[in-house]
Design a protein around this ligand. Structure first.
Ligand code: GDP
Ligand code: IMO
Ligand code: MG
Length: 424
């Protein structure tokens, strides 16, 4: 049995795409288990950059099968465009893809609702990809699933019901209602194109595990964006944590052997919500420029700050992280000193844990480590790193009680220091 989950340990954009792509060379199946086209996973291979929103980040490897499991919500238009782009620019063949027939479909009006609602001072700053409304429909049991796009009569009934649920909101916002015939035709056309790749991913996964295959379950977003464990309401609408890998794929928890949590060497966040170690002004700007911190999905500038160890310990706890992967260590090169948040002050008391409901009231307490000047992007072994960088790594490991399986020193697949493989 060899199932490894890869999760974001922060607020997303930790470099999951790079690490999944790197680990996928040893995998037989790579599976996306949650979220939708709100994700932007960037892979750089020999200088060539690919951004995946829906396809699992194992797609560049010629052998691994790639699954979109039932925990995802699928914008079929984005998926078809992503498949076509990959087929025209790489050796990718869609025959390796299996899409869950039970995954829910993101309909065009979900994106309109997302945009219309997420306005004003309470705005979450969503990606506008229709994720919230699609999951709302799923939970309200009025969603359209991938399998429904293969059955015209049933699909018509579901679409009529679905549109009527959103009608009051769309009307009050002065937005046009979707034309049922157009929407029906679009969904049927997309369903027909994807038909050969639609099936039962849960059963296929169970068979793969039973046959001794190696499975990589790829998380999207990050721990603190999880609908239950995150900084609610400033979260996404899915279970992004390792528990979501079970519900989102249908593989029970005892199948999972390892959980790799990805953390940047600092922290970023896109959209609104608490962020204790956030840097403002020149300091934040400088980290953003060094790390090229602009969203892969929306192009928005990411908020930047120092590494937050209480938040990382929380991620280790709620995901059951067995190994960490550090990314973007190279971005810190050139800093004289690197502050690292080791605990918080809350109402005059020093606390070491992350208080979910009062995160916007905490004051970070920092320890300051010496920085290094050297460019480390060519380093391929720990010993090649400057001693201050090794000390930074050791400090984190010691303070969170979990070891790194890899250290990433650049965006390219090759720019990695691997200490432990993805599978046992
Ligand atoms: P994801 O959503 O977690 O897959 O992360 P994103 O792809 O949205 O953002 C991570 C960004 O950092 C991407 O542009 C990656 O190419 C880049 N990246 C990943 N690892 C490293 C690294 O170690 N160093 C540098 N400089 N960039 C990295
Ligand atoms: P990857 O997989 C960073 C954030 C949005 C917003 C909140 C809700 O690339 O790490 P949503 O559109 O999901 O309803 O938005 O979640 N968000 C992400 N932030 N990386 C992501 O994905 C994100 N996906 C959603 O900015 O704050
Ligand atoms: Mg991203």
């Amino acid at each position: 049995m060899s199932v490894t989950v890869i999760v974001g340990a922060q607020w997303g954009d930790e470099g999951k795409g790079k690490i999944v792509d790197f680990c996928a060379k040893d995998a037989d199946v790579v599976v996306r288990y949650a979220g939708g086209a709100n994700a932007g996973h960037t892979l750089v291979n020999d200088g060539a950059k690919h951004v995946f929103h829906l396809l699992p980040s194992g797609a560049l490897h010629p052998k691994a099968r790639i699954f979109l499991a039932h925990g995802t919500v699928i914008d079929m238009d984005v998926l078809l465009r992503e498949i076509t782009l990959l087929e025209t620019t790489t050796q990718f063949q869609r025959s390796r893809l299996l899409i869950s027939d039970r995954a829910h479909v993101v309909l065009p009006h979900h994106k309109v609702v997302d945009e219309v609602r997420d306005q004003g001072t309470d705005a979450i700053g969503t990606t506008r990809r229709g994720i919230g409304p699609a999951y709302e429909d799923k939970i309200a049991r009025r969603g359209v699933r991938v399998r429904d796009t293969l059955n015209p009569e049933h699909l018509r009934t579901l679409l009529v019901r679905n549109i009527s649920a959103w009608e009051p909101l769309l009307r009050s916002a002065g937005r046009a209602l979707p034309d049922i015939e157009d929407l029906l035709a679009l969904c049927l056309e997309q369903g027909a194109e994807l038909r050969p790749h639609i099936g039962d991913t849960s059963r296929a996964l169970f068979e793969a595990v039973s046959g001794g295959q190696r499975i990589l379950l790829e998380g999207a977003q990050g721990t603190l964006l999880d609908i239950d464990c995150g900084t609610y309401p400033y979260v996404t609408s899915s279970s992004t944590t390792a528990g979501g890998a079970c519900t989102g794929t249908g593989l029970g928890p005892t199948f999972i052997e390892r959980v790799i949590g990805i953390t940047k060497a600092y922290t970023t966040r896109v959209g609104a919500g608490p962020f204790p170690t956030e840097l403002f002004g020149m300091e934040g700007e400088s980290l953003r420029e060094s790390g090229d911190e602009y969203g892969a999905t929306t192009g928005r500038a990411r908020r930047c700050g120092w590494l937050d160890l209480p938040a990382l310990r929380y991620a280790i706890q709620v995901n059951g992280i067995t190994d960490l992967a550090l990314t973007k260590l190279d971005v810190l090169s050139g800093l004289k000193e690197i502050p690292i948040c080791v605990s918080y002050e809350l109402e005059g008391e020093r606390i070491a844990h992350l208080p979910c409901e009062s995160l916007d009231s905490v004051k970070p307490i920092y320890e300051v480590l010496p920085g290094w000047d050297e460019d480390i992007t060519h380093c391929r072994a720990l010993e090649q790193l400057p001693s201050q960088a090794r000390d930074y790594i050791a400090f984190i490991q010691e303070r969170v009680g979990c070891e790194f399986a890899s250290i990433s020193v650049g965006p390219d697949r090759a720019q990695s220091i691997v200490l432990k493989g993805a599978f046992r």
